[in-house]
Write a protein that binds this ligand. Structure first.
Ligand code: ZN
Length: 281
């Protein structure tokens, strides 16, 4: 099944909803980074968070989320483009923690103390940046906390990435529901109760129209206007020319010394692990 995201808005326009399935792109990222089950679940949630945030952007804009904690994963970096390209990496993909009550310990792996920094490249001038302390380090609650605190948009975020018995991601995806002004407090209360009482996200997302099913479960008989469907995929924005420009800005004699000793300079992209080799600079 392909990865995609759906968006919708209530008839009155004061609640926005996004839902997505990201299983394919999360597995692609985890495979590239050789991530342990612990790192895979954490990265899977963060990549899904990026996909949801990316869908709020306008054309040609980009968002990056940096989770930095005092746990063994050290950090999680994820980025999304407005058109649906998503990429990401973790500081220590080999980090592994024993499960807690049968669940992957994402909060323990990221660490309870740290920061979430959100950077938005809106296509003009200096990128916008907002930062909050990590709230629960479960990723979804941290994003909701950031949106409420830093952007003043009350939001409910649900993210899931569950493992198959072979250690791959069986299902990944999530939702973002936001209250827009003027806030409809009674509707928000109803939605919050429905979100609290609904079943496991992964079960709701497992079907062929998972994201639509998920929104239907959250909103029930509250009428939504669909705003379209967008494909999502793992896509890095690195490239040989881009790497060459970075090298061109570095100390030439140092690069020449590396080439003399190792026959080439090798640069590996942090996000996608693509290796670029240059035998001249
Ligand atoms: Zn790359």
């Amino acid at each position: 099944m392909e990865d995609y995201l759906v968006r919708a808005v209530t008839t009155a326009g004061n609640v926005r909803a996004l839902a997505c399935v990201t299983t394919g792109l999360v597995n692609e990222a985890c495979r590239r980074h050789g991530a342990t089950p612990t790192a895979s679940v954490a990265l899977g949630r963060a990549l899904t968070a990026a996909a949801l945030m990316g869908a709020l952007l306008k054309d040609r804009q980009r968002v990056g989320l940096k989770f930095e904690g005092n746990g063994p994963l050290k950090k999680i970096l994820v980025e999304a483009e407005s058109w649906g390209g998503v990429r990401g990496c973790v500081g220590e993909p080999c980090a592994a923690l024993p499960p807690v009550d049968g669940r992957i310990d994402v909060a323990g792996a990221l660490g309870r103390a740290g920061f979430l920094t959100v950077t938005k490249d809106l296509g003009f001038g200096k990128p916008y940046q907002g930062m909050v302390r990590l709230y629960t380090s479960e990723i979804g609650e941290d994003l909701a906390y950031y949106l409420a605190e830093s952007e003043q948009i009350p939001s409910a975020v649900g993210l899931t990435a569950v493992l198959s018995p072979t250690g791959e991601i069986a299902v990944a995806g999530g939702f973002l529901v936001q209250s827009l002004p003027p806030a409809d407090e009674s509707l928000i209360g109803r939605l919050a109760r429905r979100i609290e009482s609904m079943g496991a996200l992964a079960d709701l997302l497992a079907g062929p129209t998972g994201p639509e099913e998920l929104l239907h479960t959250i909103f029930g008989d509250i009428v939504l206007t669909g705003l379209g469907r967008q494909a999502l995929c793992f896509q890095c924005n690195c490239g040989r020319e881009k790497v060459r420009r970075v090298l061109a800005a570095m100390d030439r004699s140092e690069l020449e010394a590396i080439i003399a000793e190792q026959q080439a300079v090798e640069v590996v992209c942090e996000f996608c692990k693509t290796s670029y080799r240059f035998d001249t600079v």
